[in-house]
Design a protein around this ligand. Structure first.
Ligand code: PLP
Length: 367
């Protein structure tokens, strides 16, 4: 049996009736951009998070960029970003004209190291973007405390953390604003690109909404230079159809993680370092393999697919390395983790009982 990393087709068959009806509804009402489906999704997603504002937009990267712009962060500003994340987190900062200042991550939970964060603050630092990487919530108490002392804006990157909780509260509710992505493979995914900004701040929400829709206050009343970053009606309708299943689907992810936890050696298994005050959303299940190449080959030989998220920390990518003036091992944890991390299949359709004996044996003996 082939074990894929994600299985969007199987997920579609679980909710086919709801999805097909949702898509038909949009076409039947010609509700293609904005409209009732988008309004409905914004309202339902805000209710799900128990937060006053949800502003939909084109994708998660735009959501980050629009938040930064709404906060007035741009040329001359520095923004703290974890060294190991998807490129979007830093890309959004660079695109608004600010400088991403990379922060090393914690060895155990793969998220922003609060001590290293504090060391890298200067008088130019305006914000921090904690990324709840792989669905693991960041150390929010410490990050919020440091941010408050230094008057930094906190922008949560929740692209991988739909359904993750820190001390009982859903991620996305801690910072001044949070960015969500609904890229198809995320925990809550559309059938194309889609994103959202959530916040408690009325002014920020209004500004973000304007920026995402051509700087309009009302139709044809353009008061700032905005852009076009809108959610399609079809994507909104699909997300509305899927949202009621999210809790159940994350439950299946947690069940699978628990099972992996029983099978895979403790030393390389991240399940053992998840503190009891967080609810991990397991967007990805990432082990630390001492001999990664051999592990990939052995898993492939029994048809278990793998991937690496991410093979190169951002400060060492061509696009950033010379600009940040890296000398020596400034990001030792990110650098060493990037050489050992390996993502195993994790999705809401995968159940432990489909692994055969050969596959279980390989998982058991991974190092
Ligand atoms: C996916 C992702 C994004 C960007 O989302 P898009 O919708 O693809 O633009 C941002 N940050 C992280 C950590 C992501 O994983």
């Amino acid at each position: 049996m082939d074990i894929p990393l994600v299985d969007l087709k199987k997920q579609y068959f679980e909710v086919k009736n709801e999805i097909d009806r949702a898509i038909y509804r949009v076409i039947n009402n010609s509700d293609f951009i904005g409209g009732t489906e988008v309004d409905g999704f914004e309202k339902e997603f805000a209710e799900y998070l128990d937060i006053p504002h949800c502003v939909s937009c084109g994708n998660g990267t735009d959501a980050l960029e629009i938040i930064l712009e709404s906060m007035g962060i741009g040329i001359g500003c520095e923004v703290l970003v974890p060294a190991l994340t998807w490129i979007s987190t830093a890309e959004a900062v660079t695109r608004v004209g600010a400088k991403p200042v990379f922060v090393d991550i914690l060895e155990d939970n793969y998220t922003l190291d609060p001590d290293d964060m504090e060391r890298r603050i200067t008088e130019k630092t305006k914000a921090v973007i904690p990324v709840h990487l792989y669905g693991m919530p960041c150390e929010m108490d410490k990050i919020l405390h440091i941010s408050k002392n230094h008057q930094l804006m906190v922008i949560e990157d929740c692209a991988q953390s739909h359904g993750a909780k820190y001390k009982g509260i859903l991620t996305g509710c801690f910072g001044h604003a949070a960015a969500y992505s609904f890229y198809p493979g995320k925990n809550l995914g559309a059938y194309g690109d889609a994103g959202a900004i959530v916040t408690r701040d009325n002014v920020l929400a209004a500004k973000a909404r304007m920026i995402a829709n051509h700087g309009q206050l009302t139709k044809h009343h353009h008061i700032i230079i905005g852009r076009n970053s809108r959610m399609d009606g079809i994507q909104a309708a699909i997300l509305r159809a899927k949202l009621p299943f999210l809790g159940r689907w994350i439950g299946f992810r947690r069940d699978l993680a628990k099972w992996y936890g029983e099978i895979i050696k403790k030393e390389i298994n991240p399940v053992y370092s998840v503190p009891d005050y967080v609810d991990h959303a397991y967007h990805l299940f990432v082990i630390k393999s001492k001999n990664r190449k051999a592990s990939i080959d052995r898993l492939a030989s029994v048809n278990i697919h793998t991937a690496i998220h991410y093979p190169c920390p951002l400060p060492y990518l061509d696009v950033y390395k010379n600009k940040q003036g890296i000398r020596g091992p400034e990001y030792p944890v990110s650098l060493s983790l990037s050489k050992s991390i390996l993502s195993l299949p994790m999705n809401d359709q995968l159940r432990s009982n489909i692994f055969n004996d050969d596959q279980i044996e390989v998982l058991r003996s991974l190092e």
